[in-house]
Design a protein around this ligand. Structure first.
Ligand SMILES: NC(=O)c1ccc[n+]([C@@H]2O[C@H](COP(=O)([O-])OP(=O)(O)OC[C@H]3O[C@@H](n4cnc5c(N)ncnc54)[C@H](OP(=O)(O)O)[C@@H]3O)[C@@H](O)[C@H]2O)c1
Length: 272
């Protein structure tokens, strides 16, 4: 396993995304992932699976010190008292005394950012999270957040895969020593049938999905692919034994555009 280091955090470069994983399936996948060598698990309050993620963590038998667990605070809990209360609830569901990374899930212009970041920094000081960060923050919001947050931000978790150009966010995070954590790193499964990635993969004995994940990790970006299939857990972590050439990296960068976003921003704030 490789790690992405950012403002004191050491983030395992591949993690398991758990959006839409529910109930026993979720617990079983988390347990299996950890048995296969995953150490980074990504959940969120809004996924309604923190309890099952906690079950999977325990069933795996992996020592707490080896795990890197992220959860995200939903936007309705951004007022300071709500943020602290909801973090306590998340920890109770996960049955952890602290998470490794606690993120603001989406920007919420209805609550002043300074108040929310102050509360986030406060719960870190209370020992509820080792590191804090943001998700779905634009460049302008990264600049604003880093200027006002009393504690360093470890990351911005954003959609990133070969179809989406994220150069500006990558540059902004680098300026502030923050990691980028890529969500939807296999483009919600669309990568599987991509002819360019499949061709590049063939030369290395790898699948198109593995090429996409390797391309991210080779940029020092962490990635959190989700799968509901045990056999794909191994595929998605088996990316540390090959290297894409500069020319292959360049070809994949050429596939990206500003219009390649798959996430529906319909409910997102109009801050940009
Ligand atoms: N911060 C945020 O706002 C935010 C937003 C979205 C997601 N996330 C996080 O990021 C994680 C990943 O993003 P995502 O779930 O949107 O998309 P993703 O990981 O890019 O794609 C998941 C889909 O791809 C398929 N898949 C996974 N591995 C594959 C492989 N090797 N070959 C072919 N298909 C494969 C899965 O199908 P099968 O189940 O059939 O394998 C699933 O349908 C989420 O689970 C969540 O933890 C965060």
């Amino acid at each position: 396993m490789q790690f992405v280091e950012a403002n004191g955090a050491r983030i395992p470069a591949i993690g398991l995304g758990t959006w839409e994983l529910r109930g026993r399936t979720c617990a079983r996948l988390v347990e299996q992932a950890l048995k296969l060598g995953y150490r980074h698990i990504d959940t969120a309050q809004i996924y309604e699976n923190e309890r099952e993620v906690g079950d999977g963590l325990r069933a795996s038998g992996v020592r707490r010190a080896e795990l890197f667990v992220t959860t995200k605070i939903w936007t309705t809990h951004f007022a300071p008292n709500d943020l602290e209360r909801s973090t306590r609830e998340s920890l109770a569901k996960l049955r952890l005394t602290e998470v490794d990374l606690l993120l603001l899930h989406w920007p919420n212009p209805q609550v002043p950012l300074a108040e929310t970041l102050g509360a986030l920094a406060h719960v870190r000081k209370l020992g509820m999270s080792r590191h804090i960060g943001v998700s779905n923050f634009t460049v302008a919001l990264i600049e604003e957040a880093t200027a006002i947050c009393p504690e360093p931000l470890a990351c911005d978790q954003v959609e990133y895969h070969p179809y989406l150009d994220q150069t500006k966010v990558l540059e902004a995070c680098a300026r502030h020593g923050m990691a980028v954590i890529a969500y939807s790193p296999v483009a919600k499964g669309r990568i599987k049938n991509d002819p360019t990635l499949a061709r590049i993969g063939q030369a290395h004995g790898k699948t198109a999905a593995q090429v996409s994940l390797r391309w991210l990790v080779q940029q020092n970006v962490a990635a959190i692919p989700r799968t509901s299939k045990i056999e794909r857990l191994s595929e998605n972590i088996d990316i540390f034994d090959f290297t894409l050439s500069d020319e292959e990296m360049r070809q994949i960068f050429q596939m990206g555009s500003a219009k390649g976003r798959l996430t529906d921003f319909g409910f997102a704030p109009k801050w940009d």
